[in-house]
Design a protein around this ligand. Structure first.
Ligand SMILES: C[S@@+](CC[C@H](N)C(=O)[O-])C[C@H]1O[C@@H](n2cnc3c(N)ncnc32)[C@H](O)[C@@H]1O
Length: 355
């Protein structure tokens, strides 16, 4: 989500790329965890590093190093006044790294720092094994994938907080990729906290969205998130591999298929096809790989992330077509949004009697 400005990236390639990149991420994680960007946003004027250290309760030496490195990463700006360096946020950090910003992405960064990165520490082993690394990273078995992902209430809520953030930035683009206004009754399958549902009702005011997810996630959504305030959104609990799915004209699957093997995806899509009303459709929202699987780099990294953290992978348009076609969806089309996530729409065919 957060990427360095292109010039900063270009300047580190290729000389010290391998040495710098993991460290750059840690700088970003630490500054978020310590609340550097929140503090600077709340301060009425730019602060010196000593003042930042006092207010954060951190060492003056460490704080000075962290702030200056953030300046080099263009996460902070520094000005010198009467010989004293004063720090403030840049537009990038104000937009994405300040908790009060509507586009805040810090919860995902903290999830990456505390969970994802620990799995990535076993990437070589994941490549050897061809499977996720929960046992190695956290000592928990992953034969039930989401039991491992949600191994504590804290993990569940952090994962949900992290996941919801991207839709404040990318939600509109994926929901606008196709005209969804004809669909009044929508089910967001694996819809988590309801964040994408909220974007959907904002964009298509005539629709109602049922968010379908596991009982623990629905409970946590009701306890920790505020989307229930929208009376066009309701929650429905169950297991999407086994339980009846709510009736809908459009089923949304956002970042769900990438968690699972082809066989599990085929099973889920067949269930959705069965539940779908005539004239209905499925909207798959994922990050699409290029046809040859060799790009875009971000999607390739996401796919490796699926290796270390799930049972799935990112896929090419042809691979999604190969899943949607046999499940009974026709006229499958995809649109790349130019952002992090793309959209694939498959239709069930017209209602009986229509031509
Ligand atoms: C990677 S998350 C994506 C969440 C959301 N669609 C998004 O894009 O932000 C996968 C979602 O599927 C849900 N899920 C996983 N297994 C499920 C199951 N068997 N039945 C219902 N929901 C499930 C998870 O709880 C989680 O909310």
């Amino acid at each position: 989500m957060i990427s360095l400005p292109p010039r900063a990236c270009v300047s580190v390639v290729p000389r010290t790329l391998a040495h710098r990149w993991p460290l750059v991420s840690e700088v970003l994680f630490a500054a978020c965890e310590l609340g550097v960007f929140d503090l600077l946003s709340e301060a009425p004027e730019p602060l010196g590093s000593a003042a930042v250290a006092v207010r954060l309760g951190t060492s003056s030496h460490g704080t000075q190093l962290l702030l200056d490195t953030c300046v080099s990463l263009k996460l902070l700006r520094v000005e010198t006044s009467r010989g004293k360096a004063l720090y403030q946020n840049t537009e990038l950090s104000s937009t994405y790294l300040v908790r009060a910003s509507p586009k805040y992405q810090g919860n995902m960064l903290l999830y990456l720092a505390r969970t994802t990165y620990l799995c990535w520490g076993h990437l070589a082993q994941a490549v050897r094994d061809g499977k996720n690394q929960y046992q190695e990273a956290f000592g928990v078995p992953s034969n039930e994938l989401f039991t491992a992902i949600y191994r504590s209430e804290g993990e569940r809520v952090q994962f949900m907080r992290g996941l919801q953030e991207v839709w404040s930035v990318s939600g509109r683009a994926v929901l606008e990729a196709f005209d969804l206004s004809p669909f009044r009754l929508i089910c967001d399958v694996g819809g988590c906290s309801g964040a994408l549902a909220k974007e959907c009702t904002a964009l298509y005011p005539g629709c109602r969205v049922t968010v379908f997810d596991t009982p623990d996630v629905v409970r946590a959504a009701k306890e920790h998130f505020s989307f229930l305030e929208d009376d066009r959104i309701r929650f429905w609990e169950g297991d999407f591999f086994e339980d009846p799915l709510p009736e809908a004209e459009l089923y949304v699957l956002a970042r769900v298929l990438h968690d699972w093997s082809d066989a599990r995806c085929a099973h889920l899509l067949a269930r959705i096809r069965q539940a779908c009303k005539p004239g209905g459709a499925v909207l798959v929202i994922e990050s699409l790989l290029d046809a040859d699987g060799r790009g875009p780099l971000t999607t390739q990294l996401y796919s490796l992330n699926m290796l270390v953290q799930t049972e799935g992978r990112e896929r090419t348009p042809a691979q999604y077509l190969a899943l949607l076609g046999p499940a009974g969806f026709r006229d499958v089309r995809y649109r790349r949004t130019g952002g992090l996530y793309d959209a694939i729409l498959g239709r069930t065919g017209l209602p009986a009697g229509c031509s």
